[in-house]
Write a protein that binds this ligand. Structure first.
Ligand SMILES: [Zn+2]
Length: 318
């Protein structure tokens, strides 16, 4: 690794020497290593689609903190819309995924017709793996752009601390768009990764991320009068409050409640002196809003992991 040099241009093929390799490897760099940064770890991977990648871990001392802004946002993560914001904006999954999922189904069928171990089987397996890789890349790229935009535009970001798996496995998912299975939709919803990125980017850029308890009834509470309805099945996308007759879009109403809950938590935190105020990702265990007898206390507490603040990864694909 000692001869591994930061290239001047990303996207260009540069030959780099890696320890234990006889010859320099041609590497296409995805981005430049920040100045004066020496990689501490290097990971070389071969994925099922036969692509090699080299990841470098560097300790980046740069201060990326942005100038404070006043905007605050509540985010509801869902299946019908990937992200719904308290501004009333609904953000869907990237469009190209639909096409790729169709290709994926066809490639899967093709593979199932081949004799295991045969040459044609190997070829079909590689085709399938390449489509999987494309979907992964596309999702990753989209999630990065989305989280960076959210972080740059808002000072306070409030999300629900979701039990992601429970949501994907929900037995009554909302109706999927025609020609698209519920499984495909669920796998596109990259909630866990989305929240993880918001967490570390908040730290980098000096924003505050608040995660509220996932048992806070964000959907069932009227954001206008505070009335909580008893039941709101997942297939109900719009509803009217029986108390104040406000008409609600399910997800927008939820995201407004999420923001409100988050600002309340944020205000409470302001009163307590903390060393790190801005850019601190906090997880809130709202015991007052958790249903009685809930067993999730442990699960909620487990999420309180400090985000990785100084280690950033730079990826290069050969
Ligand atoms: Zn109401």
């Amino acid at each position: 690794m000692q001869n591994l040099q930061s290239p001047h241009l990303s996207g260009k093929m540069v030959k780099s020497q890696i320890a234990k390799c006889a010859e320099p490897l041609p590497i296409r760099w995805s981005r430049q290593i920040p100045q004066n940064c020496v990689p501490s770890t290097i990971t070389v991977k071969l994925d099922p689609s036969n692509r090699w990648s080299v990841s470098l871990r560097v300790n980046d001392p740069r201060n990326l903190k942005l100038k404070s802004v006043t905007k605050q946002i509540g985010i509801d993560l869902g299946i019908t819309s990937l992200v719904t914001t308290s501004d009333g904006e609904k953000i869907a999954n990237p469009k190209n995924l639909k096409k790729l999922h169709k290709k994926l189904r066809l490639a899967g069928k093709s593979l199932s017709r081949k004799t295991k171990g045969s040459n044609n089987y190997q070829k079909a397996r590689l085709i399938l793996a390449r489509i999987h890789a494309k979907i992964k890349d596309s999702r990753e790229d989209y999630t990065h752009k989305l989280t960076t935009q959210i972080i740059k535009e808002n000072q306070l970001i409030v999300v629900e601390d979701l039990a992601v798996k429970n949501m994907v496995k929900n037995h009554n998912p909302p109706p999927s768009p025609p020609g698209r299975g519920a499984r495909g939709v669920g796998s596109d919803a990259n909630w866990g990764e989305l929240v993880r990125q918001l967490e570390y980017k908040a730290e980098w850029y000096g924003r505050q991320l608040i995660k509220i308890d996932r048992y806070f009834p964000s959907s069932k509470r009227c954001s206008n009068c505070g009335h909580v309805v008893e039941k709101l099945p997942l297939n109900i996308r719009e509803w009217d409050c029986p108390e104040c007759s406000s008409h609600h879009d399910r997800d927008i109403n939820a995201s407004i409640n999420i923001l409100r809950m988050g600002t309340r938590v944020g205000d409470r935190r302001k009163g307590t002196p903390t060393k790190k105020a801005a850019g601190l990702a906090v997880s809130v265990c709202g015991a007052t809003v958790r249903p009685e007898g809930s067993k999730s206390r442990k699960a909620g507490a487990k999420k309180q992991k400090a985000p990785n603040s100084d280690a950033r990864e730079s990826r290069a694909v050969s």
